[in-house]
Ligand binder design. Structure first.
Ligand SMILES: Nc1ncnc2c1ncn2[C@@H]1O[C@H](COP(=O)(O)OP(=O)(O)OP(=O)(O)O)[C@@H](O)[C@H]1O
Length: 221
């Protein structure tokens, strides 16, 4: 079982592909690192694999299931198998929601209405990522980047994804928060989560990933 990108090609500007003919496999229970300099196309690759950006050529397969559709047009059961954590938690989080609401919003969006079920899931996820009861009632502007990124990780894990895509997830975090989040994800990997983590932080990738790919090595970005 794996998340696969096959001969992926795409970008944002016509005639200027930043991802070219790329094959990538993220197996369940493994951490695959992708390294590359700023601006080379790492986020674009993550967005393609997360079914958020349409490849110009090639395809993405989630445990063998492919879809030509992206964003909200992609089948919901397929999207729910993919969790994403972005670089900037403040840009990713709705400022009107408390951290608890942020975490369980994907479950509400999937149709869960039972307050008991949502509350129990919020408790379990908060415990897992290390959010205190006091923090859980605050809004994004009332917490630090690290605390907000913990909530964004809990949110990404809430639907029980098979794969987690981390786009420079720790770029704005201090070393102890980075270590804490990597450890939370490590426990999920033990349970079979497949992880793709992109970063320009080579020491982090060397310590965290089972393998590190450098698809842009030798290319000018
Ligand atoms: N929404 C967009 N519209 C137009 N161009 C974009 C968009 N997003 C990215 N690009 C361009 O595509 C190229 C690759 O960007 P991408 O964000 O994938 O790189 P990256 O390797 O993740 O960079 P960084 O490490 O700095 O985050 C860049 O030249 C960027 O300017």
């Amino acid at each position: 079982m794996s998340l696969d990108g096959r001969t992926l090609t795409g970008g944002w500007r016509r005639g200027h592909a930043v991802v070219r003919d790329l094959d990538i496999t993220v197996p369940r229970g493994r951490v695959v690192g992708v390294a590359g300099p700023s601006g080379c196309g790492k986020s674009t690759l993550v967005r393609m694999l997360a079914l958020l950006h349409q490849p110009w050529a090639g395809h993405v397969a989630v445990d063998g299931a492919t879809t030509p559709r992206v964003r909200f047009s992609a089948p919901a059961p397929l999207r729910r198998r993919l969790g994403v954590v972005f670089q900037q938690p403040r840009a990713a989080a709705d400022p009107r929601l408390t951290l608890d609401d942020l975490v369980v919003e994907p479950l509400r969006a999937a149709g869960e209405r039972d307050a008991g079920v949502l509350g129990a899931r919020a408790d379990e996820l908060a415990e897992r990522v290390g959010l205190t009861a006091e923090l859980r009632g605050r809004r994004p502007h009332e917490v630090s980047d690290g605390q907000l990124q913990r909530a964004c990780l809990a949110r990404a894990l809430a639907p029980g994804p098979a794969y987690l895509l981390c786009d420079e997830m720790t770029a704005t975090l201090d070393a102890s928060t980075t270590a804490a989040l990597v450890s939370v994800i490590g426990a999920e990997v033990e349970r079979g989560l497949g992880v793709l983590t992109v970063s320009h932080d080579e020491p982090l990738l060397a310590a965290w990933a089972d393998e590190v790919l450098r698809p842009w090595a030798g290319q000018s970005a």
